[in-house]
Write a protein that binds this ligand. Sequence first.
Ligand SMILES: Cc1[nH+]cc(COP(=O)(O)O)c(CN[C@@H](CCC(=O)O)C(=O)O)c1O
Length: 306
Amino acid sequence: TRMKAGLIWFNGHMVAQEEAKVSVLTHALHYGTSVFEGIRAYETPKGPAVFRLPEHVERLFHSARVMMMELPFTPQQISDAIVQVVRENGYKSCYIRPLAWMGAGSLGVNPLPNNPAEVMVAAWEWGTYLGEEAVRKGARLVTSSWARFPANVFPGKAKIGGNYVNSALARIEAQHAGADEALLLDKEGYVAEGSGENIFFFKGGTLYAIEHGVNLMGITRDSVITIARDLGYEVREVRATRDQLYMADEVFMVGTAAEVTPVSYLDRRPIGSGTAGEHTMRLRKAYLEVVQGHNPKYDEWLTYVA
Ligand SMILES: Cc1[nH+]cc(COP(=O)(O)O)c(CN[C@@H](CCC(=O)O)C(=O)O)c1O
């Protein structure tokens, strides 16, 4: 099934998906030397709105800095491109993928002669990341045999294409184990994150967020901590072990694509009663109300497209 991305912003111009092509000699295709973002726009009573656009654009430029990649556009131009892609495709809600990559200048491993990078922004309608079933009944996770890379191996605070081979391997392994998603530990065996999500757990009424460690500093994680505190939950940022998750009352994972997804099983052990947790589903509902513009308290997180 071909993806339907419609019109794509490609190095400054809107082009049809079929025309948005690169050479097979593109450096990033060979070496993973790209940076990207995952952003969502949601339908709201005042039209489509991009969620926490400035934070995502800032992280894109930070990722590029880590990769020594000079983006030939300003943050404002990238922000405008993101809004334009949503508007010109007429999406009510969609998933937005800005990508910058080292082009086809030369194929030595050192990408620097390839600067400046090329940039595109595509968007497509994407439903529930792990499927409705995983939300309703809770996702089933397995701990991956692939550890999350240490910070001196790959820069996990940047969204760099090559980093996601680690996530892809973990995801493939989880699928073959009949699970919905993989949990990755860090090299010392502490809980790191999912292949594309940050992890939370409830224990005794307190909400625990896994501290940043080697993980991506998730924007959804930040949003959920703020919303949870506003709902009156005590939230602590901790280092946790796999068996603490086994003993948790509830576990869930968050990300732009995953939103707030409950976890009902980890390594074939039920979490709590083995169903989607009650506080988790309350947080999921609150999060979706925020992103869909039903909670005016968080209006500054929304960038309206119309
Ligand atoms: C490794 C990782 N950890 C945490 C997160 C959550 O970050 P944030 O989106 O800022 O809350 C993501 C986003 N994963 C993106 C890519 C998913 C994909 O399949 O690609 C996403 O959720 O858009 C990660 O890739």
